[in-house]
Design a protein around this ligand. Structure first.
Ligand SMILES: [Zn+2]
Ligand SMILES: [Zn+2]
Length: 339
């Protein structure tokens, strides 16, 4: 399923084209993967709608890829034919800059993203450098493993960036694929942290309560307790302003969104300094993931185990899965079944 143009998903509900492409050839340090499954992420919508446009078209989207090693370049040493591996958003980083040298390769100026700067997993085959592939624990099915690679790994990074400690109160605004994995992670790592979920749809709020949230309300509701940290996974601005209102003194809002949509940007004018920012409240964004985030999260997810709730679609239905994310028809994580 190939992206050939930038367009608005509201006007064009079939933005990706189903077509034949030549099978890619692995370089000497690369693996050729036969793709088994690929997760569907809101970031694909940001690419299609031009908020984080691919540098070249056509491109194959998809950055939560589970595949089997079908061929390996002659210098490959970590994997053998038939191994099951994952590929995440980080396709490559330079390895030389100050960020790469200090464990922050997610901030590398030459960061290349899978399914944006290189072809990704909405396809039968893809190639990836062996250093940017991860063994997948046997406990996960091909479909369960896919959402762990982005929704899970970036949720893990977001949770670490909150600086939260046991016994504190965490808010999640937006409750899609990443939110529900963060909730599962928190319940395992910090059983005394209470989780409060803000979501527009009543079904999402019910889902959050099922998974152990102590409270679930609408975006603008006030929580019974002030919160020490909130993770925002929504594509818009209203939840940012409303979350700041519920943040306790010294609290931190972590925005996990590669881009925000402009449609409700005016909402930022409601920002009231004493109510929303004073008392040393902080706002921090999350950018990309490092290989350490992905590897550590996969290990944690296998230990717990954290198994995402999934909805499967055939590859040809990728457009339908994307439109459903756009229309917030979400329960858990959407995954394309490819072979
Ligand atoms: Zn993603
Ligand atoms: Zn770098």
């Amino acid at each position: 399923m190939v992206m050939t143009k930038i367009c608005n998903l509201k006007e064009n509900k079939d933005p990706l084209e189903f077509r034949e492409m030549p099978q890619p050839k692995p370089g000497e340090n690369e693996l050729l993967l036969r793709v088994l499954t690929c997760g569907v992420c809101h970031t694909e919508i940001d690419e299609i709608e031009g908020r984080t446009p691919p540098p070249g078209l056509p491109v194959i989207l998809g950055h939560q890829v589970i595949g089997k090693v079908e061929q390996a370049g002659r210098k490959v040493s970590k994997f053998k034919l038939g191994d099951r591996v994952g590929v995440a958003w980080i396709y490559s980083a330079c390895g030389q800059c100050k960020f790469c040298r200090s464990g922050r390769e997610n901030l590398c100026p030459d960061f290349r993203a899978t399914g944006r700067d290189a072809n990704g997993g909405y396809a039968e085959y893809m190639t990836v450098g062996e250093d940017f592939a991860y063994p997948i624990p046997a406990i996960f099915s091909d479909a369960e493993a896919a959402p762990l690679l982005c929704a899970g790994a970036i949720g893990y990074r977001s949770l670490n960036l909150t600086g939260l400690r046991e016994g504190q109160n965490l808010g999640l605004t937006g409750f899609g694929a990443s939110g529900h994995l963060v909730l599962a992670m928190v319940r395992h790592k910090y059983p005394k942290i209470n989780v409060y979920v803000f979501a527009r749809a009543p079904e999402e709020r019910a889902f959050a309560r099922d998974l152990g949230a102590v409270w679930a309300g609408d975006t603008e509701d006030e929580t019974p307790q002030k919160l020490d940290a909130i993770i925002d996974t929504t594509p818009v601005w209203k939840p940012v302003v409303e979350a700041l209102k519920n943040l306790d003194s010294g609290g931190r809002l972590v925005i996990n969104a590669i881009r925000k949509e402009d449609l409700d940007k005016d909402y930022l004018l409601k920002l009231d300094y004493p109510a929303h920012l004073w008392m040393e409240k902080e706002i921090k964004s999350v950018a990309n993931v490092s290989r350490t985030d992905v590897a550590e999260f996969l290990k944690l997810a296998a230990e717990v185990p954290i198994k995402p709730e999934i909805e499967e679609y055939p590859l040809q239905d990728a457009n339908r899965a994307l439109v459903e994310i756009k229309e917030r028809k979400i329960r858990g994580a959407k995954v394309l079944r490819i072979s």
